[in-house]
Design a protein around this ligand. Structure first.
Ligand SMILES: Nc1ncnc2c1ncn2[C@@H]1O[C@H](COP(=O)(O)OP(=O)(O)OP(=O)(O)O)[C@@H](O)[C@H]1O
Length: 266
């Protein structure tokens, strides 16, 4: 479990994360959303000690992150958008193998993990490709494979789907669902709730550094209020509901006060 308690993070005088408490249980899938600058990336960077709190604590599997950074980074895998500088080897397969090799695993286990991770991002046939020759989306997929190959207890993906085509996106989501079902805690930071929200056990929305919403089934209206576009199904349901509301209001309006009703709808 990742347990964040009363976490505050400041950049100079600006408070980016403001007294946030949040837990990510093993085997749960948490969607972390919120407008630009609301503090999502800053928050998740604390999950494996990439940042240290100004106030509050973060524990992973019951142990304070600051006490053992290596343990925290082994337990919490992290993938960020645009991983341009994050590669350590020249070919895809060597890069994905780097982390498992550092865990001291035997060759057969490293091979199993690497092939399985490449399969998950639909790059199984590109293992020998040179990183420098890959497109942006392919690089993102290699970065995701690198984190998958570590088989961490928790996996945090910050805007992981931006450059991914639909087949890759679907394949990665399938793997995330499978991981969640087998006990991994998954956190996906995204502005785009399409497809991901169907998998999420909870949606957490940040605004101005605070957690403003933590719900299993957030209402589309509340999401909109917090600057998050609802997933399409709920959005269209809501549109339908609004349309039918508008129609019945307009029927009533014809009966009693047409001008006033028309203004209200605007
Ligand atoms: N390295 C930094 N130095 C100073 N301020 C920063 C730094 N990183 C982030 N901030 C500020 O902290 C606030 C939160 O930023 P953060 O990147 O955590 O938000 P976010 O919700 O992930 O945004 P986005 O959706 O745009 O990625 C913003 O006001 C941002 O300008």
């Amino acid at each position: 479990m990742i347990a964040v308690r009363n976490l505050t993070h400041r950049y100079g005088d600006a408070t980016a994360v403001d007294d946030v408490s949040l837990t990510v249980e093993d085997g749960s899938f948490v969607l972390l959303a919120g407008a630009n600058g609301s503090g999502k990336t800053t928050l998740v960077r604390h999950f494996n000690g990439l940042l240290s709190p100004d106030e509050g604590t973060v524990e992973v599997n019951g142990r304070p992150v600051a006490e053992d950074l290596v343990a925290a980074r082994t337990a919490v895998g992290m993938v960020f958008q645009d991983p341009r500088d994050g590669f350590v080897a020249s070919t895809v397969r060597a890069d994905v193998a780097f982390g498992p090799e550092n865990l001291g695993l035997d060759r057969a286990e490293i091979r199993r993990r690497v092939e399985s991770a490449l399969e998950a991002v639909r790059m199984a046939d590109r293992g020998d490709a040179r990183i420098e020759e890959l497109s942006g989306g392919e690089r993102e997929r290699v970065a995701i494979a690198g984190a998958l190959a570590m088989e961490p207890d928790h996996l945090v993906l910050d805007e992981p789907f931006t450059g991914l085509d639909w087949p890759a996106r679907t394949a990665v989501l399938d793997r995330l669902q499978h991981l969640r079902d087998s006990g991994t805690g998954v956190v996906v930071v995204t502005h785009d709730l399409r497809d991901v929200s169907a998998l999420a056990d909870r949606t957490v929305v940040m605004s101005d550094g605070r957690v403003e919403l933590d719900a299993t089934d957030p209402s589309p209206d509340r999401l909109r209020e917090l600057g998050v576009r609802p997933p399409p199904e709920t959005e269209s349901e809501s549109e339908t509901a609004r349309e039918s509301r508008t129609t019945s209001e307009s029927e009533t309006a014809t009966d009693d006060a047409p001008g006033r009703r028309a203004n209200e709808r605007r």
